[in-house]
Design a protein around this ligand. Structure first.
Ligand code: HEM
Length: 138
């Protein structure tokens, strides 16, 4: 069970690298002057690769978390709250995919300030999830 938990945490950390950095790239894209095409293409390429690479990391986070929950039977009220936040994070990740398509199509209408606030959501979720799973307050 400890090997599965270790793998779960490894993929959680790896997935969070994408969750933290992808919106940061959006902040930079939203700040670019319209004529910075070379820089824009470079940032878009980075974002596409990161978004693609984040999918197996997200999948393996859920797979090993699901084994801990459903195979080893670890659970409780804390896990229900954690699952709601984890599902929220998965939705957040796919929304990043939609925003990436908007940037690629030149349709972004949001400011870099909006993306800076958007970038804080995974931080808050990380605090809440780790407290739920380690402290198990309910
Ligand atoms: C749907 C997705 C997920 C499921 C089903 C799940 C399930 C679980 C379960 C059952 C445990 C074992 C808890 C224990 O042994 O006390 C666990 C451990 C853990 N999970 Fe998840 N998890 C999921 C997603 C996440 C996410 C998104 C994070 C991000 C922070 C996370 C962070 C952790 C950590 C840090 C531990 C180790 C806690 C400890 O050893 O005390 N999990 N997870």
């Amino acid at each position: 069970m400890l090997w599965i938990k270790a793998l779960h945490i490894i993929f959680v950390v790896s997935w969070f690298a994408a969750l933290f950095y992808l919106p940061r790239i959006f902040v930079n894209l939203a700040m670019l002057p319209a004529d910075s095409t070379v820089e824009r293409e470079r940032l878009l390429l980075m974002a596409r690769k990161l978004y693609r690479f984040g999918h197996p990391l997200m999948g393996l986070t859920v797979l090993f978390g699901g084994i801990l929950w459903l195979y080893y039977g670890i659970g409780g009220g804390w896990l229900h709250a954690k699952l709601a936040l984890a599902i929220g994070l998965i939705g957040y990740y796919y929304y990043c995919g939609r925003l990436l398509r908007e940037f690629a199509g030149g349709r972004n209408a949001r400011s870099h300030v909006w993306y800076r606030i958007f970038n804080e959501i995974p931080v808050l979720a990380l605090f809440a999830i780790v407290i739920l799973v380690v402290v198990k307050p309910f």
